[in-house]
Design a protein around this ligand. Structure first.
Ligand SMILES: Nc1ncnc2c1ncn2[C@@H]1O[C@H](COP(=O)(O)OP(=O)(O)OP(=O)(O)O)[C@@H](O)[C@H]1O
Ligand SMILES: [Mg+2]
Length: 233
């Protein structure tokens, strides 16, 4: 479904990603792991069309999308929930959600809204509340809900568990599992290594702009290099 090949990208003269190969097949959860500054968000933002890569290819459904305007990419079903929630604080929960679907017709929007509110009952209770007054966990739900409003087939989640309490982290991972069970393909960018490997099918570890490790999630969870780098034993 998604195929990234020999991707090089960065900012001005600085090359951050130095030849990335990565795929996500239909129905998969693929985890992208790596420490701060490894280049995870840079990769997402290039896939999402926010930046134009220096070189290499990004294919979605076989079509090269590198440098395509992000709006077109969203319309084709590849949707990113960016790091740090980024809801519009002064707009209501409802307006934030509807913005995720503004390119779709009214009946479709209403149906999408109903589906998202079924997934996140807490948001239904707060539809008229300003998004900036939601708790951190609720804002994360809103950000994901807004992504779902765009009818993704592949959803990129950039650190969805960041800043959540342990209980909410559990809930978040359970939710990601359910979305996937309903047929959504997911690229899960996380620093929460072991929990991500529990729900992912495959994983990549990004270090300094290169893929340092990759494989089946269950195998990576036992990999000595990964355990040493991320768990200290
Ligand atoms: N807009 C930008 N201009 C210049 N350099 C940038 C820009 N955004 C990111 N970088 C640099 O690119 C490198 C990779 O950053 P990136 O945000 O992709 O890392 P990350 O893996 O997502 O880290 P984190 O886990 O902290 O979110 C960092 O060295 C960062 O300083
Ligand atoms: Mg990041």
């Amino acid at each position: 479904m998604l195929e990234v090949a020999a991707l090089r990208a960065g900012y001005g003269p600085i090359e951050v990603l130095r030849g990335i190969d990565l795929t996500v097949a239909a129905g998969e959860i693929v985890a992208l792991l790596g420490s701060n500054g490894a280049g995870k968000s840079t990769l997402n933002n290039n896939i999402s069309g926010l930046y134009r890569p220096f070189g290499g290819a990004i294919r979605f459904d076989g079509k090269d999308i590198a440098g395509t305007p992000s709006m077109r990419i969203v319309e084709s079903g590849l949707v990113q929930v960016p790091e740090g929630r980024r809801v519009f604080p002064n707009l209501t929960v409802r307006d934030n959600l509807e913005l995720g679907s503004y390119r779709r017709g009214k009946p479709t929007r209403a149906r999408n809204l109903e589906r998202v509110l079924t997934t996140f009952p807490r948001l239904r209770e707060r539809l008229r509340q300003a998004a900036g007054t939601l708790s951190g966990g609720e804002q994360q739900m809103l950000a994901i809900g807004r992504g779902l409003m765009a009818e993704p087939r592949l959803l990129i989640l950039d650190e969805p568990s960041l800043g959540l309490s342990p209980l909410l982290v559990e809930e978040m991972f359970a939710l990601i599992g359910r979305l996937n069970a309903d047929g959504l393909s997911i690229l899960l960018v996380e620093q929460n290594v072991m929990q991500s490997l529990t729900i992912a099918h495959r994983a990549y570890v990004l270090e300094n702009g290169r893929i340092a490790l990759q494989g089946l999630a269950a195998e990576l969870a036992e990999h000595p290099d990964l355990r040493k780098s991320y768990l200290g034993h």
